[in-house]
Design a protein around this ligand. Structure first.
Ligand code: GDP
Length: 203
């Protein structure tokens, strides 16, 4: 079944974000992790999540509405080598404010490149989410780039590294925006969580 996704709006401060009752899911990861490609691939679009990348656009929190059900929130990528310290600080304060203050945030989708070892910045970010009890799942991206065996090994190593710090690991998804791998599982997860969040709210 195909779903309708439309660009809703972009914001620079969490206080400006919509006051809607709809649950929302944040997508985040290091710059270049494949976030825009994944969002586009999930919803069979080509250019939807590139709005935030247009030259001259400052970093913003971008909202997309899926059917009448929930928002996908595309947060700016972190760890881009060319960003100045000031830009990094502004990313941190905007994104962290977002995570700490959004009542309707149902889950954060943390994107991690399946082809390389876990980067310090990813690990720090996951620790920060854990320390603040913010629910998240891990989405391994670009899985078509390495042999399945290598992807499996990388993911196991990443999980081992995280298990040194955490007792439990959240669910994870193995995806490729190029091949469409993992897409149905991610979509099912999103729609199920959205249903659960709406039911929780009614109770
Ligand atoms: P973002 O900065 O996280 O939004 O990353 P993009 O979606 O712009 O992707 C960064 C680069 O990785 C681009 O050159 C994409 O073509 C490439 N890429 C993204 N997803 C995949 C994937 O699933 N497989 C492969 N092989 N390349 C990908």
């Amino acid at each position: 079944m195909s779903h309708k996704i439309i660009y809703h709006a972009s914001y620079h401060k969490v206080t400006q974000c919509p006051t809607s009752e709809r649950p929302e899911f944040a997508f985040i990861g290091r710059s270049n992790v494949g976030k825009s490609s994944l969002i586009n691939s999930l919803f069979d679009r080509k250019d939807l999540a590139y709005v935030s990348k247009q030259p001259g656009k400052t970093q913003s929190i971008n909202y997309y509405q899926v059917d009448d059900d929930f928002f996908i929130v595309d947060l700016p990528g972190f760890g881009y080598a060319k960003h100045s310290r000031k830009q990094r600080r502004s990313w941190e304060s905007m994104s962290k404010n977002y995570f700490l203050n959004r009542q309707n945030l149902a889950c954060v989708f943390v994107l991690i490149d399946a082809n390389i070892p876990l980067q310090v910045i990813d690990r720090e970010f996951i620790s920060w989410l854990g320390a603040h009890h913010i629910p998240y799942v891990m989405v391994f991206t670009k899985c078509d780039k390495s042999k399945p065996r290598q992807v499996k090994k990388n993911i196991e190593e990443i999980q081992e590294a995280l298990l040194k710090e955490w007792e439990y690991l959240p669910p994870h998804f193995i995806t490729s925006a190029v091949k469409g791998e993992g897409k149905d599982l991610v979509l099912d997860y999103l729609f199920n969580l959205a249903d659960d969040s709406i039911e929780d709210e009614r109770e």
